[in-house]
Design a protein around this ligand. Sequence first.
Ligand code: PAF
Length: 292
Amino acid sequence: MFALNFNNTTMHIFYGKVALIAYLKTIKTENSSVGFVPTMGALHQGHLALMQRSLNENDDTVVSIFVNPTQFNNQEDLAKYPRTLEEDVRKMSALSDKIILYAPTVEDIYEGHTVSQSFDFDGLENQMEGKFRPGHFNGVGTIVKRLFEIITPTNAYFGEKDFQQLQIVKKMVEKNHLPVNVIGCPIFREPNQLAMSSRNERLTPDERQEAAMIYKILTEAKEIFHTKTPEETIEFVENSFKSNTKFELEYFVIADESTLLPINHKSKDKNYRAFIAVFVNSIRLIDTISLN
Ligand code: PAF
């Protein structure tokens, strides 16, 4: 009764939470598990890998596609964010017609009040993406909490490309005592090692090839970090971008993996990670690498 015919798929697709919640009630049992993959659509291999993992590890899998307005601090970025629902449904149903899709409207989520809740993520929100995209993580916290409340998943899957987001979601779950396991999954890369992202769709073929330099510089920085100081590593990365007219470095930060605080010196027994944000024209790309 709730299965909609879309593009010849028998996948269950819901545009409203009331029908979704009612349907989930009919399929959940006391011991069954629900896996959840939140997305903003424009699906790529990385998303599909998260879905496959959820399908492998859970009885049922819900995927959401929702371009969340409250996490965009840049209105042009929001307007230009790719929206490809039909193509997304095709990709998902090729993976499995067992996937339950929730593709809500803004009204269904925000009920006429499209604003973020304010969160305290113990400072994780003040670095990097939080610094350069004011309000972004309040928007992410708001939508992820709302989606968790609607879907009540057992396990939720997030990509490590947005490592700061992953840590923030874990913190939000811990502070709000939400009964969900947040699982981080490795970054998927294109053949030239560019981290997969829905924003890659907006690059020209040349830009997409040349963007391979981002990960190349990250791996070189990792090598340098083994023998040099954080400052010397940062200098190397900043210099690498100085002569480049196409790619503009927004930030390169070396941080403690658990606190996300930038470091001045290395100490033993700590895990470090490098984070980078780069502009190609007005398209913003991020990537990250473990330095241990
Ligand atoms: O990573 C994303 O695509 C989004 O930030 C998320 C987690 C779906 C929330 O809108």
